[in-house]
Design a binder for this molecule. Structure first.
Ligand code: SF4
Length: 925
């Protein structure tokens, strides 16, 4: 029992972890059972940290209370905090609790500190708080009563959020970049300036920077960009390596370089590191030299927020909207997903609440929006046209190359970092999916809200009301499009299909698709509750007939949309009196949005048109039913390019002047060892344009032989969940936490977590898991990074997205060899590979597996001083896959006991604080 003195606040506090519950009230702190904790929370609002997490620990989803995270989001909007007791203590400068029983006292002290801040004249985020609080009082926010007496009404009325946000400035179109050549000496000198290192110190990094410089030369022929494929092991210093020539080129030519990443972790790192390479004082351009760009769906849409604040949201989501409005006033760039909005805020309420505030469906009304001049999305888009460096992601670069509104928004010099993911990103970007969810979105975009839907979202007719009243033909096209869209699936489509009562030609098609997928299910019930798919081949006459009617319906929508697009173009050309600057921008925006919807429809129509006929060798088509945990959520037809680098080359490479793909694992381990670049070149898209890329390779400078060890554990039988859980539990105990556990199936992850979380927590080793804890992935990684005794279990997203240098990550455990999922798409690509290169397709699979292993291994050693073990629980790990690991890394095939000895042995060398081996043995299952 803790005897920390109670702070002045009389509120009781509750903390629940896997190892127990503690309640602190006027008597002091005491451990309580789950039932007592739930009763206490029902009696009176208790202080707690992350109420949904406490609720999940107590197994009582309806729990509510005074959540410190909500209070923190109100008092300090847009400030980072790891949502754990330790993170809260650090954020507020309080002493960290030594153990779980000290947490309730910390919660009381934190509440007192946060409430006291409201009375502090130096509170930096005071502006707007009083006004927001008045709304929160009306909504009966639990904290409102405690805040009201502490936040004084300001002398002068506070400006409403939408009045306070700054307006972006219209900037002239930037001139073409100058044609220049970068000399090697200049690149080396710029690199030295950035790293502060002398010329001799990092020869590999210098060679890499010079190789990167080759992408910036003047282009000699159309559709022939300079291409560089640069593979550099972890620790080479890639980021400064390419930022050195990029900053030099941007400075001298006046152009813009795009750096594209796959993960948010790298995007954050680039944002930090680019400051030195692109100082604002040197830029001489009107806007900021570095701009981060993401897809529209990442940013707050102010119109949606206004709608939510004015009654569009009710209940808990309305409280969230107020907290988001507090954040918006202090946010750097309005980025809600991975920006400065705490990732945990959405999960305190519900995820959909956050997404409903972004521009998910492309319903933006551009200059017709009252907030257009303050819009975060428009600000980022405009700033990027004049920036020296744009940091973006692979999908956005591909989309911008395909359909940017203005030429200045099209990337022409692009560095694809994490270049090994370009293939996957192109695969999803150039995919077509004619599904229920997609068609509902299209219907909403055309028709707008129907039935009882609330909100200010508008259909096409309302967005283009002025066009309708001015132009009869345009008005007819809008009316025809509206009528055609009314045959698309609408709300309740899935229930109608499941009940055998589909409505309209597309729902008929989806119903046939569902029936066929079930009919052809070969899993014998094995896949019960998970997705099912079947080839779009050998379809019967009835199916083809239904598909034909669906095709006609889609054509019936595409035609009027195309007519409307032509009318809008004519209107822009004619320039009637009423078409002032803002109206023109809005109509150009609508023209662009219609353009990509007609492209989408054309893709669906061509997919349907091929059904029943000979298959197109360029594409892989299939039918699928999406389910998770037994719940169906989408049905549809899918199409992928057999080689997505084909459209990538046409869309991105052909228009570019210089492109670099770089990564630690650009080529396969087997290829690297033999110096064979053919696979990497093939996967870059370069051969599609007849381009011969420059290639460069530098091994990692890290001493893997000393600092890492791969252990292949041979005595955990595949499919034996208790044995798997036992292995995970004991390995985590042996390393004293700091473990990242990677799974290829969510069900196994959950099963293992359920068996070991409580036991580990009792030993002081907290365990967190994706798909289990009600916390977003970014925050889970923050928690893991922050606590060296914590461990984290997850699936694919963690294999790449975790950048945790140092002691917090010292053990990676993979549950098995990461075999590719035997999907229809995988089978088609495997077959194509076998036809081209022979070998029955195994080489194709091996390359995928080696890439996954290399990515997972790459999480372990992030700096020259990191040490750790990489464990694969696989009784049959083929030797041919070992080239996935960096040269020199020791690999041993061992029993679990020997692996535990090894992991615990390095712990006892002082790397971390171990559990004694006797204790590990005690914990044998
Ligand atoms: S301009 Fe578009 S995205 Fe921006 S706030 Fe308005 S409607 Fe939303």
């Amino acid at each position: 029992m803790s005897d920390t003195p109670l702070p002045s606040t009389p509120l009781a506090a509750l903390h629940a972890s896997h190892s127990g519950c503690w309640l602190r009230d006027h008597v002091g702190t005491r451990p309580v059972g789950k039932g007592e904790a739930i009763m206490a929370a029902a009696d009176t609002p208790l202080l707690m940290l992350n109420a949904p997490l406490v609720a999940s620990r107590l197994g009582y989803p309806d729990l509510s209370g005074l959540d410190l995270l909500e209070l923190y989001a109100f008092i300090h909007p847009a400030r980072f905090m790891v949502p754990t007791p330790k993170g809260l203590a650090q954020a507020l400068g309080l002493a960290e609790p030594a153990s779980d029983d000290g947490v309730p006292a910390l919660l009381q002290a934190a509440a007192a500190a946060l409430l006291a801040m409201c009375e502090n004249p130096a509170w930096p985020e005071r502006e707007g708080a009083w006004s927001a609080l008045q709304s929160l009082v009306r909504m009966r926010w639990p904290w409102a009563g405690l805040l009201s007496p502490r936040i004084a009404q300001p002398q002068r009325a506070e400006r409403w959020l939408f009045a306070r946000l700054p307006e972006w400035e219209e900037a002239p179109e930037p001139p073409q970049p100058a044609q220049i050549v970068l000399e090697d000496e200049a690149i080396t000198a710029r690199l030295a300036q950035l790293t502060g290192a002398d010329a001799e110190s990092r020869p590999a990094q210098q060679a890499y920077a010079r190789a990167a410089g080759a992408m910036f030369g003047p282009r000699g022929q159309q559709r022939q960009p300079h291409m560089v494929l640069a593979q550099a092991g972890t620790g080479t210093g890639k980021t400064f390596g390419y930022l050195a020539p990029a900053s030099l080129w941007a400075e001298r030519s006046g152009g813009t370089v795009w750096v594209s990443t796959y993960t948010k972790a790298l995007q954050r790192q680039l944002r930090r590191e680019s400051r030195a390479a692109f100082p604002p004082e040197r830029s001489g351009r009107p806007g900021p030299p570095v701009v981060v760009r993401k897809g529209r769906e990442n940013y707050l849409c102010l119109l949606n927020l206004e709608d939510a604040l004015q009654g569009g949201f009710t209940g808990r989501p309305a409280i969230m909207a107020q907290l988001v409005a507090r954040w918006a006033a202090y946010s750097q760039d309005g980025d809600m997903i991975g920006g400065d909005l705490p990732g945990w805020l959405g999960t305190l309420f519900r995820k959909r609440g956050i997404t409903a505030l972004t521009d998910q469906r492309g319903e933006c009304v551009y200059a017709g929006c009252p907030h257009f001049r303050k819009c975060f999305i428009e600000r980022a888009a405009r700033a990027s046209a004049g920036a020296e460096l744009v940091i973006a992601n692979h999908a956005l670069v591909m989309i911008n190359a395909a359909r940017a509104r203005e030429p200045a928004q099209r990337p022409t010099r692009i560095v694809f970092d994490e270049g090994h993911h370009v293939f996957d990103a192109a695969d999803s970007t150039f995919a077509a999916a004619l599904t229920g969810a997609e068609t509902v979105e299209l219907r909403r975009w055309v028709i707008g809200p129907e039935g009882t839907s609330r909100g200010r979202r508008r259909g096409l007719a309302a967005r283009l009301a002025d066009v309708s009243s001015y132009d009869d033909e345009g008005a007819r096209a809008i009316a025809d499009a509206r009528e055609a869209a009314s045959t698309l699936p609408g709300d309740g489509w899935l229930a109608r299909i499941v009940d055998g009562a589909p409505f309209g030609p597309i729902e008929d098609l989806l119903a046939e698709t569902r029936a066929l997928v079930f009919a052809r299910d070969e899993s014998g019930g094995q896949e019960a509750g998970y997705g099912l798919e079947t080839e779009a081949a050998q379809l019967g006459g009835a199916f083809i007939e239904v598909a034909g009617r669906a095709q006609e319906a889609l054509e019936g929508l595409r035609q009027p949309l195309m007519r409307l697009a032509l009318r809008l173009e004519a209107l822009i050309e004619d320039g009637p009196d009423w078409l002032d600057g803002p109206a023109r921008a809005r109509i150009e925006g609508a023209r662009g949005a219609i353009g990509w919807r007609t492209d989408l429809l054309a893709g669906w129509i061509s997919l349907l048109a091929r059904l029943g006929g000979p298959s197109d060798p360029e594409f892989v088509d299939w039918l699928a039913l999406e389910r998770s945990e037994g719940r169906e959520w989408d049905i549809g037809l899918h199409r992928r390019y057999l080689d997505p680098m084909k459209p990538f080359a046409e869309t991105v490479l052909a228009g570019a002047h210089g492109v670099m793909l770089t990564s630690a694992t650009l080529s396969d381990g087997a290829e690297t060892q033999s110096g064979d670049w053919s696979g990497a070149v093939e996967r870059s898209g370069a051969p599609q344009l007849g381009v011969r890329p420059h290639v460069f390779a530098a091994p990692s400078p890290f001493d893997y032989a000393r600092n890492a060890e791969v252990l292949i554990v041979t005595d955990v039988p595949r499919g034996d969940i208790p044995a798997l859980a036992n292995a995970y539990g004991r390995l985590i105990e042996a390393s004293g936490g700091g473990a990242l556990g990677l799974f290829t199936a969510i069900r196994r992850l959950r099963a293992v977590y359920g068996r070991i979380a409580d036991r580990l927590a009792r030993g002081g080793l907290p365990l967190f898991a994706q798909h289990v804890d009600p916390i977003d992935t970014g925050t889970l990684v923050d928690i893991f990074r922050d606590d060296p005794r914590a461990s984290l279990l997850g699936t694919d997203a963690l294999r790449d997205g975790v950048d945790v240098p140092g002691h917090s990550l010292r053990l990676v455990v993979m549950e098995q060899v990461p075999w590719p999922k035997p999907s229809i798409l995988h089978r088609a690509r495997r077959l194509a590979h076998a036809e081209k290169f022979g070998g029955g397709g195994q080489a194709h699979d091996d390359r995928i597996i080696r890439a996954r292993l290399a990515q997972a291994f790459g999480r372990l050693i992030r700096t020259g001083t990191d040490k750790g073990h990489f464990v694969v629980l696989s009784s049959a790990f083929p030797s041919r896959l070992l080239s996935a690991f960096p040269a020199g890394t020791p690999v041993r095939r061992v029993t679990l006991d020997a692996a535990l000895q090894s992991v615990a042995g390095s712990v006892s060398e002082g790397v971390n604080t171990p559990l004694p081996l006797s204790k590990i043995d005690e914990n044998r299952a």
